[in-house]
Design a protein around this ligand. Structure first.
Ligand code: 3PY
Length: 257
């Protein structure tokens, strides 16, 4: 079987997604339905943020099913690269896993191992609910290892220094840049020259190894720029970012400002 995000990444078009920090199927379905008139299909993936968002593993199943039912792919960012966290996210029906702070090729290889069933990896068996976010009739056992996406975040100095080695890890699909942490962890200015050089190095390393490159963006313009640079996946904005901006704007309009 395949997933919306994997199919999108097989084509030359950019995969557009957004960052979900709020639980509840209503929020995510409202956002995904807002793009139904988009001529090229709207969003193909949603980053479900259980690292910094108000989302915990009790929310995963409902969110995965809601996102899957709208034709998009849920990718869960687990709080940390831990085997049991990855297992619970996959078993609840995530189409992909993202782990924060990948510093070395060994870190990435460990994440791959935890995402795959034996003999490739060490994922425990129990996918009673995992196929509910996929098409009816999906043979989960047969296709899970190939179809589910393994994504690691490059967002530290060690991560960038080792990025060429990380990119070569077998079974890894995507290098995902966290620009905010990258700036904080390295002490460089976000948006400055050094920061941009680390982003470009990561993009280049992903492409050279035949992997996909992804990045978190702060708005549509930022996302447009990254898509033009060749990023395969761009997260355009966060749910709460949109809410706060739109509310403030409408209040200004109401007050005639
Ligand atoms: C970062 O920018 O550090 C992220 O991980 C995305 O929020």
């Amino acid at each position: 079987f395949s997933t919306t995000i994997r199919k999108t990444l097989e084509s030359p078009s950019t995969a557009y997604g957004f960052w979900l920090t709020l639980p509840g199927a209503g929020v995510v379905k409202t956002i995904l339905r807002s793009t139904v008139s988009s001529p090229d299909g709207g969003f193909s993936w949603v980053l479900v943020d259980a690292e910094h968002g108000l989302i915990s593993d009790k929310d995963y199943y409902e969110l995965n099913n809601a996102i899957g039912s709208e034709g998009a792919s849920p990718i869960i960012r687990v709080p940390w690269a831990e085997e049991w966290m990855i297992k619970r996210a996959l078993d609840s029906g995530a189409h992909g896993i993202m782990t924060p702070m990948c510093h070395t090729a060994e870190d990435a290889a460990r994440v791959v191992k935890w995402c795959k069933y034996p003999p490739i990896g060490s994922r425990g068996y129990g996918p009673m609910f995992a196929a509910h976010s996929l098409a009816r009739g999906t043979n989960y056992d047969e296709g899970a290892d190939k179809a589910l996406m393994v994504v690691v975040q490059i967002e530290s100095r060690a991560g960038v220094e080792n990025v060429e080695e990380i990119a070569k890890v077998d079974g890894l699909d995507v290098l995902f840049i966290g620009p905010f942490d990258l700036a904080k962890q390295t002490g460089v200015v976000r948006g400055g020259e050094e920061h941009e050089a680390m982003i470009q190095r990561t993009l280049k390393a992903a492409k050279a190894a035949g992997k996909k490159a992804a990045i978190f963006c702060t708005d549509g313009l930022d996302a447009q720029k990254r898509a033009q640079q060749g990023f395969d996946m761009v997260s355009i904005i966060t749910d709460v970012g949109v809410l706060a901006q739109a509310m403030a704007q409408q209040l200004d309009v109401a007050k005639g400002r």
